[in-house]
Ligand binder design. Structure first.
Ligand SMILES: NC(=O)C1=CN([C@@H]2O[C@H](COP(=O)(O)OP(=O)(O)OC[C@H]3O[C@@H](n4cnc5c(N)ncnc54)[C@H](O)[C@@H]3O)[C@@H](O)[C@H]2O)C=CC1
Ligand SMILES: O=C(O)C(=O)COP(=O)(O)O
Length: 530
């Protein structure tokens, strides 16, 4: 039975999805220590976390059986996604379930910041009645700068507009058409933070967004600006925020997330102008049910071999697109594998040409599959669809894709051309509806043969008797020939023979074939046909 480890608090309703399927053994070890996690993870096929568990490279390396990591929420910065990708482990999340909750939370923080509610509450609890000390400001008429205009940023903008605020936003993916539709001004980061009275960040934490707001950015802000971070600790440089508070640039900050969590000894917490919560943005009953149900459903699907839309390290396809690309994904791996087994020496470049039908589809899944087929013959470890692109990049293999409309015999065609230190090889194939895959070209030779799990390829001079002779040797080896195809450019010239065989051919008999008169090269290849 597949085993799922749960290490952060996940809503019961989500876990119920897993338990009720009856297909998995579920072990809950909430708050497991990093050392225990390293000890334990090796027995599990899936890991389910929120933001507390740090899924480091060490954890991933120790997760020998791990196939999928599920994140009940949005941010995956607590997971070493690159290491997971390299290891062929799928990372999935649940980005839709906590958007409204987090937007509402951000807005609550903005109101609290504008009206000093936490400070006034604390003062009254201390027995003080300080009515003038906590005079605030209205949101109406103020400008809100939103950095990161994705799901949450967009919902925060809608709420701000309802409060009569002007919204200016910076997001590299925000088009002016969308901004206009939303009634939002699109701007650069600098413009956004320069004019805003309130600034809120809603990007993920990545290499690019770490310390996106630092000393330089604080220096251009309006004096007395109020700033919020309900996204991720580290997007705002905490040391720079401290300096900006000291200098009076920032009049107030609302923080839900910190560079280090739990943020027990964070110096920012000693500032009266800083209001702070312990990473509560997504903590509502509704959001926790939503994300847990979504991600648990995703784990079930992935472990059953089905698809789930929110894959972090593998582009997701709609069911219709998946149906269309699936045959080409299979063909791609076979072509890649065939090309890799026929090229002499190593591979430095993979050129892929999609023609006709596959050219109309997103190439990613097909390209990954081709790379898997190619790299599996050169890489020391197993190559997965998830890891193929990253491994090609790490091996320094250049990948070039081209797409073109149908212009020849075939309604669909994929050509894989490999180049390396000792030469080039090109293999092309097509999918014939109702008849399956066909290999239709090897280098300069046109052929037409169904790929089979085991094949013998010979390059020889076109002359009488070769086919019979090779057939005789295979017969002597007890190897049945299931299919055969010969290609040549001209009578008596160079030719190729491709034989689909029912089982492996041993080295001794391959050598006998090699010793046949006129034979240039003989290869036994195995293709990933199943
Ligand atoms: N405090 C909490 O409990 C919660 C925090 N979050 C955090 O909020 C983040 C955003 O969540 P969603 O809006 O759902 O994600 P999203 O993916 O819908 O939006 C993120 C946006 O940031 C933009 N972005 C990326 N790099 C950028 C850059 N360098 N500069 C400006 N914009 C950039 C993207 O284009 C995208 O539009 C999550 O990644 C997570 O870290 C999410 C939920 C709860
Ligand atoms: O979804 C996110 O990115 C969050 O930050 C929520 O984190 P949590 O699941 O509450 O630990």
């Amino acid at each position: 039975m597949l085993k799922i480890l749960v290490t952060d608090p996940i809503s019961e309703q989500g876990l119920q999805e897993l338990y009720s399927s009856g297909e998995f053994e579920i072990i809950e070890k909430i708050g497991i220590s990093p050392a225990d996690l390293l000890q334990t993870i090796g027995d599990f096929d899936a890991l389910l976390v929120r933001s507390q568990t740090k899924v480091t490279k060490e954890v991933i390396d120790a997760g020998k059986r791990l196939r999928v990591i599920g994140r009940a929420g949005v941010g995956v910065d607590n997971i070493d996604v690159r290491a997971a990708t390299k290891a062929g482990i799928l990372v999935i999340n649940a980005p839709d379930g906590n958007t409204i909750t987090t937007a509402e939370f951000t807005f609550s923080m903005m109101l609290a910041l504008a009206r000093h509610i936490p400070q006034a509450h604390a003062s009254l609890h201390e027995g003080k009645w300080e009515r003038t000390r906590f005079t605030g400001v209205e949101l109406r008429g103020k400008t809100l700068g939103i950095v990161g205009f994705g799901r949450i940023g967009t919902e925060v903008a809608k709420r701000a507009q309802a409060f009569g605020m002007q919204v200016i936003a910076y997001d590299p993916f925000l088009t002016s058409a969308r901004a206009e539709k939303m009634g939002v001004q699109v701007a650069t980061l600098e413009e956004t933070i320069q004019v805003a009275d309130f600034i809120t960040v809603h990007t993920p934490l990545t290499k690019e967004t770490r310390h996106l707001i630092s000393d330089r950015e604080f220096s251009v802000m309006k004096r007395g600006v109020k700033i919020l971070n309900c996204a991720r600790g580290g997007i705002i440089d905490e040391a720079a925020l401290l300096r900006a508070l000291e200098e009076g640039i920032v009049a107030g900050a609302a923080l839900d997330v910190y560079e280090e969590e739990p943020a027990i000894a964070n110096p920012l917490l000693s500032y009266a102008q800083v209001i702070a919560t312990p990473h509560l943005g997504a903590s509502t009953v509704e959001a926790q049910v939503n994300v847990a149900v979504d991600v648990a459903g995703g784990l079930v699907k992935i472990l059953r071999g089905e698809s789930y839309p929110h894959t972090v390290n593998l582009p997701a396809l709609t069911p219709e697109t998946r149906k269309k690309v699936e045959p080409f994904v299979q063909l791609g791996e076979i072509l890649g594998s065939m090309a890799a087994q026929t090229i002499r020496g190593g591979v430095q470049q993979v050129q892929i040409r999609y023609e006709g039908e596959p050219a109309q589809q997103p190439a990613d899944a097909m390209t990954r599959s081709i790379l898997k087929g190619v790299l599996s013959h050169f890489y020391r470890e197993e190559v997965h669809l998830i890891s193929a692109t990253l491994i090609a990049e790490e091996m320094g293999v250049e990948v070039i894709e081209t797409k073109q409309p149908r212009h020849g015999t075939y309604a669909n065609l994929i050509e894989v051309r490999l180049s390396g230190d000792q030469g080039t090889v090109a293999v092309a194939g097509t999918v014939v509806p109702g008849h399956g895959m066909r290999i239709v070209q090897i280098d300069q030779y046109s052929v037409d043969i169904a790929p089979s799990e085991a094949m013998v390829l010979t390059w020889h001079r076109d002359q009488p008797g070769v086919i019979g002779h090779v057939g005789g040797i295979l017969g002597e080896a007890g190897v049945n020939i299931a299919s055969m195809q010969v290609g040549r450019q001209e009578a008596g010239g160079q030719a190729i023979m491709m034989l689909g065989v029912d089982r492996e051919v041993d080295e001794a008999h391959l050598k006998k074939i090699r010793d046949t008169i006129g034979m240039d090269r003989v290869l036994y290849v195995e293709l990933p046909t199943s």
